[in-house]
Design a protein around this ligand. Structure first.
Ligand code: NAG
Ligand code: NAG
Ligand code: NAG
Ligand code: NAG
Ligand code: NAG
Ligand code: NAG
Ligand code: NAG
Ligand code: NAG
Length: 488
């Protein structure tokens, strides 16, 4: 798992570079060469079943070639975020579309079906016994879903079992209106939880991000995600991940030793979907975890992270909720330096500027701080090794009545080449037993016509906004690893 800078990696980087130039012939030749396996071996000949889902032709289409692209596939990507209430950013600073607004807009686009993969549901104040006006956007979302069910739009929900929120009535309300809900017993199946958070709407629009189906995710927690509209190729691929949960949520389901062929994918790290998003040449793929939920061709989440880190030549900026180069839930705990090593290697071997922004809130395990200080201590600017760690503290302010909120929950990483948006905390368990998904997108600014900033540029600006804000503090500052209470 530790293969980061070995020859196969270089070979793949070479492949990508060639693809950027649009030299499809050479790429095709390289494709024939045995590439290292992703979750399973790639089987280029076997097409996924289903009509519009065939992706491999598009995957190898030269950039700029519109031929063969379905007219309905004019993908459009929008970054979305939640900023906790009363956390003012500097005026004029960059921002993404507010998540609450973006979700309602996405539901407005729904005509047939909505599939939701979720950790838990808690969309109303009473669900957790809190009376606070900031629960209103969550309640509006629940109402909207109920209205869509009344309009015969189907809703299928896969969610983790046992549920975290026993008091929540959300799913019962939706089932009474006709929603289908399956509880996926991840603890029994893989020893983890279903931690994925995404939507597939009409098999053509998607949302993916850090936000739980929780009203606090809309007003009290910092979240980041992406919505991609009008992109059936990607949507049908994400739907295959949804289907893995759906079948595991059926009564008496067992983890298949090998997933049936119709779950396999051709869209992955080696063959990302290639197309134009709003006219901008784009590659994109999804990763998944744990490995047992990766059918043939699906890139593992950990592998995607390592590939994005390994590809960086200028900077790696990552925002995560927690960072442990160890296991978290297994006993006895084990050291697990995979991501830590990748960051240090990038900084040391390639002079990549590494910045890690980790969340800090009253529930933070203080044993994270020695690990963060160790990473920070690796920095040696004189020798050209630049590694910086800060913690992000959301002031509780007058919101102390709301439990488990006021925290940065986003999980993303950005380099000069790619944006990664995921759902996993950064410690071993999230990649070995917990189910998660990641989206890796890379855009190339078209030289010719004016276009907005690429997705990685947009994400870099959001990261720098947070990094430079007063809520991000260095390890020698006020966050001495004790309680992460805001004293500003
Ligand atoms: C999706 O594409 C249709 C046309 O095919 C267009 O009318 C619609 O506005 C697009 N939706 C978004 C959100 O871009
Ligand atoms: C759930 O409901 C029970 C009984 O009403 C209550 O005692 C408990 O505090 C509630 N739990 C939460 C998390 O709101
Ligand atoms: C919630 O709080 C508001 C005012 O803060 C109050 O008017 C209302 O009665 C409360 N609702 C419940 C169910 O306690
Ligand atoms: C919803 O579907 C049912 C059965 O398919 C049908 O009887 C009903 O009229 C439909 N309602 C609407 C609003 O389309
Ligand atoms: C594959 O086929 C099986 C059986 O028809 C079905 O239950 C499953 O949902 C399909 N999987 C996908 C990803 O479509
Ligand atoms: C909470 O604090 C914010 C700013 O810190 C203020 O605008 C708001 O009015 C306060 N709300 C209450 C109910 O005190
Ligand atoms: C992710 O990390 C946070 C912070 O330590 C922790 O509270 C949370 O339980 C983790 N997520 C899951 C799904 O376990
Ligand atoms: C409101 C909310 O989403 N809180 C969550 C913050 O993140 C931790 C870890 O994922 C969850 O346990 C909380 O429920």
């Amino acid at each position: 798992m530790n293969a980061k800078a070995g020859p196969p990696e270089l070979q793949v980087l070479g492949t990508l570079a060639v693809l950027w130039l649009g030299a499809v012939t050479l790429a095709y030749v390289l494709w024939q060469v045995r590439l290292p396996p992703t979750c399973g071996q790639l089987h280029p000949e076997e097409g996924p079943t289903g009509s519009r889902g065939h992706s491999s032709s598009l995957a190898w289409e030269p950039l700029g070639g519109e031929a063969g692209q379905q007219p309905q596939d004019s993908c459009r990507l929008v970054l979305v975020e939640s900023i906790p209430q009363d956390l003012p950013s500097a005026a004029g600073s960059p921002s993404a579309q507010p998540l609450a607004q973006a979700w309602l807009q996405l539901l407005d686009a729904a005509q047939e079906s909505i599939h939701v993969a979720s950790f838990y549901w808690s969309l109303t104040g009473p669900d957790i016994g809190v009376n606070d006006s900031s629960s209103q956007p969550g309640e509006a979302l629940l109402q909207k879903l109920a209205q869509l069910l009344d309009k015969n739009i189907s809703l299928a929900v896969a969610t983790s079992s046992p549920s975290l929120t026993k008091n929540s009535t959300d799913l019962r309300v939706l089932v009474a209106r006709g929603a289908q809900v399956r509880f996926v017993p991840m603890r029994k199946l893989t020893g983890g939880v279903l931690h994925s958070k995404f939507w597939v709407v009409d098999g053509r629009h998607i949302y993916l991000g850090s936000a739980n189906m929780d009203w606090r995710a809309l007003t009290q927690v910092k979240e980041l995600g992406a919505i991609i509209y009008n992109c059936s190729h990607l949507a049908l691929d994400l739907e295959k991940i949804f289907q893995t949960y759906w079948v595991l949520g059926a009564p008496r389901a067992v983890l298949p030793r090998t997933w049936p062929q119709n779950f396999s994918t051709h869209i992955n790290r080696f063959q990302p979907l290639r197309g134009r998003f709003d006219g901008v040449p784009t590659t994109a793929y999804f990763s998944a975890s744990p490995p047992s939920l990766c059918p043939h061709g699906r890139t593992r989440d950990l592998e995607a992270l390592l590939a994005v880190m390994g590809g960086a030549r200028e900077f790696i900026y990552a925002s995560v909720m927690e960072y442990f180069p160890t296991t978290r839930f297994s006993h006895p705990p084990r050291y697990w330096p995979v991501l830590d090593t990748a960051l240090r290697t990038a900084a040391f071997n390639r002079g990549v500027r590494v910045r890690l922004l980790v969340s800090c809130w009253p529930h933070t395990d203080p044993s994270m701080f020695p690990e963060l200080r160790s990473l920070q201590a690796f920095s040696n600017p004189v020798a050209g090794v630049s590694v910086d760690v800060k913690v992000f503290i959301v002031p509780v302010g007058n919101h102390s009545n709301i439990p488990f909120s006021r925290v940065n929950h986003s999980k993303f990483m950005v380099t000069e080449k790619a944006a990664y948006i995921g759902t996993s905390n950064w410690s071993e368990d999230y990649f070995s037993s917990t189910s998660g998904v990641g989206l890796v997108v890379s855009q190339r600014a078209p030289g010719t016509r004016p276009a907005g900033p690429t997705v990685q540029e947009q994400l870099r600006r959001l990261f720098e906004r947070d990094w430079d804000s007063r809520y991000a503090v260095g390890l020698d500052g006020q966050a001495q690893g004790q309680d992460c209470a805001w004293q500003g």
